[in-house]
Structures are given as structure tokens and as C-alpha cells.
Design a protein around this ligand. Structure first.
Ligand code: ADP
Ligand code: MG
Length: 657
């Protein structure tokens, strides 16, 4: 006697327990089925047929008793091995077809082969051939709702045969069909049985049962008869590749390493994910807003931060970070501001920390050329001006020490002054302009500072010799302020201290002056910007968190809506990790779409800001970082729902509404 393919010994199944009463549905089933058999199981509704079928197909475990498959006790198999058995040994045909609604006929049929790791071309060809053979060659692209009941059932039979379908488990396959389609499906099963497939058919129709060569009747969870329906029927021979001869353990270990399967599964998961997102696109878009805004705000924030940093750097470079300004200030509100004198300047010039020192005696003043009137800052300063401010003359020349010594009425004008007075039509060099009605001859034009510093006011300036400003314009020899270049840009602080020390000594301890420097201003600016970045950063982080919760929300809804689909996938042989991977893929896809949309939005906002003259500098690293954050959010928040899906019980999932 051969080992039976299926051997049930005293199988019992009880539901309930806890608060609900225990219901014994199967109460000790002994059943052996050999290769090549065509078995019909009949019984009244509620007698336990489906429960038995689920146990036979390894979708469910018995409460007690032993199930030996090809001699191997199924109770000892893990969930992956059971998935392998469902995939390789069984093919399910359900009363309600159980096709995945979002997939085409072809995709539904291919599904078991994806989990088995069959290469794509082989898979496509076999699915197409099966559908052709079952008369659905022209319907491969149709989705289940575009097919009649009979056609859907034939698709599900094709799916059952996809991986071989050694044992076809059909639970009332004709129950939902009209008599014609039912007869078609029955003759298909008959044909399969005669080709050597083991067919186990559940029916409450004795007429249908007559086709089988063995009829088992159950009532109230017990087998009450087990007979050959028509002993005259020709004995069926097992298929040459029947599982009986197979060493299950060996097949299990071979089957567990489905090489290259992940590629097919990943592609399938991505396609499925995309379909689901597309079907629910409005809901998806709304829920993704969090991620979109999060990514966009991270990218824009960093771009604006970088933009203004570069602007500040440009200003720093424009005037030099080693520059210190010294001016008079009131020690308290009731006293007049102190006066810096040229003696102070002379004392400071001797400090070792000071590289250059330049007093400026200046004020805003009215200037005129021909009919053009304008107001500009007029500063009397020495010949250090171009070098101390790093501000060259682009046209003409700067005044000389001789001009300084003779208090010559000569001027070097800024870019903006040239624009206002000369309007580009007249070459200013050699022309006489009136400063406070005193004629000055223009010697040169300064380079445009505003283009690098972003501050065009600095170009509204006229430089004249210090002596000329004192004598001809302002009547005072004292500087309005003093510009000091420190020797070492990194030691501006020390230079400042030395200057302060000297000044206190010169002014007899009176603090009637003040010192400012570019570096300090830049630092203050950087601090403000740091606070701003932190604030924007937290907004972005909160958005990403909200986005992540959105992803989790979508995924939880998806898992609930598609519980049946998960059950179907498990019945066709998906392992827990396949389900986990699929739903994680969906979560990641969601985040990828959210991330891309966020980057798009960021570029859009950046463009608008640029038009509004805000300095914006996009950085690849920021864009990639934000995108990466979105991905990580998706994975973290998608994991819980995905695991929930993967841990569903196959039968519960399959029978859910
Ligand atoms: P059949 O397929 O023969 O119509 P089933 O195997 O589906 O019968 O069900 C047999 C009995 O088990 C029914 O009385 C049903 O109410 C009960 N049953 C099935 N599934 C469950 C369950 N998950 N929890 C409790 N009772 C169940
Ligand atoms: Mg049933």
C-alpha cells in the first residue's frame, strides 16, 4: 500500500472559547486520499465541509488530530512551509471566485507563479496558455468585474493550475453559477481529474457528486459514508509527476530558496501599489499633503538659508571681514556724542593689530551736474580708500596723495551717482559736478558694489580728498567715523580690544565712542538665521510626522479594505514576508510620490521667491536629504500596517467582507 497523499487522523476543529460558546465543527475525521483520486464531499450546509477543506488546503490548522501530507506531519511545518505547500501542491477554486479585483485575468492567473519565483516570460506564456485553454484567450486583459461569473471561475481554475495544481480543492465551484456555466466548470474539473490531478470537490448537489469516483458524505462534523459513486468508472492513473513520490522535506528546502523571486515580486508589488494609489488618487493626494509640505518646507528652508548665507558672505567679501568702524557716541542720553580727532587716529595707527586706518569726514550732500540733481553720501577720505574697502576704480583713476596734500577739488563717484548724474550719455571723467555748490572735477568711477553685496546704497557715494572735504565742504577737520582694517581677519576681536584700550586712554576713560565690525554684524545675522532655520526645521519635522501618520492612515485603511485580497494572496502561496514586502512597497511608493511632489512644490515656491528677489540657492544634498527623510518616514510608518497585514490569519482574511 502506497503512502496516501493526504492522511487525516482524528481531525477535530472547534470554534469559540473564551466568552463565546465552543462549537465543535469537525468531530474526528479520518480520511485518506491517494494520488489520482477524484473525491466529492457532500453534506448539508453547515455540516463542516468548508472547514474541512480549509484544513486540507493548509489554510487552517485543526484543533486536534494529525494531518499527514505525503507522510509528513503538517503540524510540524512553519508558516513559510505551509505557504510553500499551498503554492506548489494545492490549487484553490472557491465558490466566490476570489479574484483580486484590481488585477487583470492574466495578472490574477500569474500570481501564484510570482510567489513561486517563476521567471517573467515563462510566467506570462504559461498564464496565457492556460487562459487560452480555458477559452479565455481574448479576455486576458479584462479585470474580474468585466467578466461573467463562469468566466471568473475559469480564471480561478487557471490560477489553481498555474503552479501545477496537483491537488485541486474546489469549494462549491458551481454554487454561484447558472446551470450552463456550472456544467462547463464541472466538465473542466472532470477533465483535470482524468488527466491525473487530484480533485477534491465540495458540493451539496448529488448530481454533481456523481461525476466523482468517490463520494464522502459528512454530517455534523463526522463522515457518515465513503463510497465509490460508480465503481464501473475507469480507474484513473496518477500523473507521472504526482507529489506522492516526492520527498517533501527536500522539496521544501529547495522551494524555500526561490531565486530571483524577489524581482518578480517587487515588480508585482510596485505595480499593485501603483494601481491602488491610482484608484484612490484623491484620497492619496489629500493624505500625502503632510509629506509634500514637509519635504517642500525642508528644501525651501535650506535653499533660503543657503541663499541668504551666500548673500551675507558676498557682503563680507565686498567690504572685508577685518574692517572695524569707530565713531563717536554719547556715553549717556543727556550728553552729546564724543568726538574722534585726528590725534586719536594717529594713536591708533601705531597699534600692531592695525593694518590700515582711514578717517572719513563725510555727510549726505546735494550734488548736481547740468540739470540733474541728486543726493549722495560724500566722504572725505585718504588714498587708502580703494584698498581698505577692496573697492577698485573701473573708469578713470583715484585721486593721488598730491591731490590730498593740496586739498584739490576732485572727486571719484560711485556707480549710482554716475547713473543719476550722467545717465550713461556723458563720459564723467573730467566733468565738473557741484557738491553743495562747490565745483569738483570727476577723476574716476568706482566699481559697482551693489552687484556683489546686494546693497545698491553703497554705490550712492562720492569720495573726495579728506583735506578738500574738511576745507571746502564741511568746515571741520574731525572725522565722522574711522575705518580700521585689522591685520588678521581672525583676530578682529583682539584688535577691537586694543583699539578700545587706546581710545579710553586718549579720551581719559570716557567711553564716548563706539566700535562695530562686519564680523560681528555677520555673526549676529548668522544667529538670527540659525533661530529661523531651527523654527522652519521644526515645522518641517512636524509636517513629516503628520505625513508619516498620513501614510500609516492610508496603509491601515488599505489593509482593512483589502483583507480579502491578502487572504487570496496567502491562499495562492504568498508567505508572510511577501505580504509584508508588498505593503511596505506600497508605503514606500506613497512616500516616493509624496517626496517627488514635495520637491516639485519646493522648486515652484523657490521660483516664486526668486521672482520676489529673495536669495534662494537649492542644494542637491538638501533635496536628496529631504527625499530620504520622506522615504524613511514611509518605511517607519508603513511598517506597522504592513506587519498587521502579514500576520493576518489566511482563513479569517479570506472570509472577511
Ligand atoms: P459548510 O461549508 O459545510 O456549509 P462550514 O464548514 O462553513 O460549513 O461551517 C460549519 C459550521 O462551523 C457552521 O455551523 C459555522 O457556523 C461554523 N463556523 C465556521 N467558521 C466559524 C468561525 N470562524 N467561528 C465560529 N463558527 C464557525
Ligand atoms: Mg461551505
Amino acid at each position: 500500500m502506497q503512502t496516501p497523499l493526504i492522511d487525516l487522523r482524528q481531525i477535530r476543529k472547534a470554534y469559540g472559547g473564551g466568552d463565546s460558546p465552543v462549537v465543535e465543527v469537525l468531530r474526528g475525521i479520518d480520511l485518506a486520499i491517494h494520488a489520482g483520486e477524484f473525491v466529492a464531499i457532500v453534506g448539508a450546509s453547515g455540516s463542516g465541509k468548508s472547514t474541512l477543506m480549509n484544513i486540507l488546503g493548509c489554510l487552517d490548522r485543526p484543533t486536534s488530530g494529525d494531518y499527514l501530507f505525503a507522510g509528513e506531519n503538517v503540524a510540524g511545518l512553519g508558516s513559510d512551509e505551509l505557504a510553500w505547500l499551498r503554492r506548489e501542491a494545492f490549487g484553490f477554486v472557491f465558490q466566490g471566485y476570489h479574484l483580486i479585483p484590481s488585477g487583470s485575468a492574466q495578472e490574477n492567473v500569474e500570481m501564484p507563479a510570482i510567489y513561486a519565483g517563476t521567471p517573467a516570460d515563462e510566467r506570462h506564456a504559461r498564464a496565457a496558455a492556460l487562459l487560452e485553454r480555458l477559452g479565455l484567450g481574448s479576455r486576458t486583459g479584462n479585470r474580474p468585474h468585466q467578466l461573467s461569473g463562469g468566466q471568473q471561475q475559469r480564471v480561478s481554475i487557471a490560477r489553481a493550475l498555474m503552479n501545477g495544481g496537483h491537488i485541486i480543492l474546489a469549494d462549491e465551484p458551481t454554487g454561484a453559477l447558472d446551470s450552463h456555466s456550472g456544467a462547463e466548470v464541472m466538465s473542466l474539473l472532470d477533465e483535470l481529474a482524468s488527466q491525473g490531478h487530484v480533485v477534491i470537490l465540495i458540493t451539496h448537489d448529488r448530481e454533481v457528486a456523481r461525476r466523482a469516483n468517490r463520494v464522502i458524505e459528512i454530517r455534523d462534523g463526522l463522515i457518515i459514508s465513503d463510497t465509490a459513486a460508480h465503481p464501473s468508472a475507469p480507474p484513473r492513473t496518477a500523473r507521472p509527476d504526482a507529489l506522492q513520490a516526492v520527498d517533501l522535506r527536500q522539496r521544501l528546502s529547495a522551494g524555500s530558496e526561490t531565486n530571483g523571486a524577489w524581482k518578480g515580486e517587487l515588480l508585482d508589488a510596485v505595480q499593485a501599489a501603483w494601481r491602488v494609489m491610482w484608484i484612490n488618487r484623491f484620497r492619496t493626494a489629500l493624505t500625502l499633503l503632510g509629506i509634500v509640505i514637509g519635504v517642500a518646507s525642508v528644501v525651501v528652508m535650506l535653499a533660503v538659508g543657503e541663499g541668504s548665507k551666500r548673500q551675507v558672505m558676498a557682503q563680507m567679501g565686498a567690504f572685508g571681514s577685518n574692517i572695524i568702524y569707530l565713531s563717536g557716541a554719547a556715553p549717556n542720553p543727556r550728553t552729546p556724542p564724543g568726538i574722534i580727532t585726528l590725534d586719536d587716529v594717529a594713536a591708533l595707527a601705531d597699534l600692531p593689530q592695525v593694518q590700515r586706518i582711514m578717517p572719513v569726514n563725510g555727510s549726505t550732500a546735494g550734488v548736481r551736474f547740468g540739470n540733474a540733481d541728486h543726493t549722495a553720501y560724500v566722504g572725505g577720505n585718504d588714498t587708502n580708500f580703494p584698498s581698505i574697502f577692496n573697492w577698485p576704480v573701473v573708469h578713470g583713476s583715484y585721486f593721488s596723495q598730491a591731490d590730498e596734500d593740496s586739498a584739490a577739488a576732485v572727486a571719484v563717484i560711485g556707480h549710482k551717482v554716475r547713473e543719476k548724474l550722467f545717465n550713461d550719455r556723458v563720459d564723467p571723467i573730467g566733468q565738473y559736478i557741484l557738491i553743495e555748490n562747490v565745483p569738483f572735477q570727476v577723476l574716476g568711477v568706482l566699481a559697482e558694489k551693489g552687484s556683489s553685496s546686494g546693497d545698491s546704497d553703497s554705490d550712492n557715494r562720492i569720495a573726495v580728498p579728506y583735506s578738500a572735504a574738511s576745507v571746502r565742504l564741511f568746515g571741520s577737520r574731525n572725522p565722522e567715523y574711522v575705518v580700521i582694517a585689522a591685520k588678521d581677519a581672525r583676530k578682529v576681536k583682539e584688535a577691537e580690544q586694543a583699539i578700545e584700550h587706546t581710545m579710553l586712554r586718549e579720551h581719559k576713560g570716557k567711553r564716548d565712542f563706539e566700535l562695530t565690525n562686519n564680523a560681528a554684524m555677520i555673526q549676529a545675522e548668522a544667529r538670527t538665521q540659525g533661530t529661523l532655520s531651527l523654527m522652519l526645521g521644526s515645522i518641517a519635522a512636524i509636517s513629516l510626522l503628520v505625513g508619516g501618520i498620513g501614510v500609516m492612515n492610508i496603509m491601515l485603511m488599505t489593509v482593512r479594505e483589502r483583507t480579502r485580497e491578502i487572504g487570496i494572496r496567502m491562499a495562492t502561496g504568498a508567505r508572510q514576508r511577501d505580504i509584508l514586502r508588498q505593503f511596505l512597497t506600497e508605503a514606500v511608493m506613497l512616500s516616493v510620490v509624496g517626496g517627488i511632489a514635495g520637491i516639485g512644490l519646493a522648486l515652484l515656491v523657490g521660483g516664486v521667491l526668486l521672482l520676489g528677489n529673495v536669495a534662494v540657492a537649492f542644494q542637491l544634498i538638501a533635496v536628496l536629504g529631504a527625499f530620504g527623510c520622506a522615504l524613511v518616514t514611509g518605511v517607519i510608518f508603513g511598517f506597522m500596517p504592513a506587519r498587521k497585514a502579514a500576520r493576518l490569519d489566511p482563513v479569517t482574511a479570506l472570509t472577511s467582507e
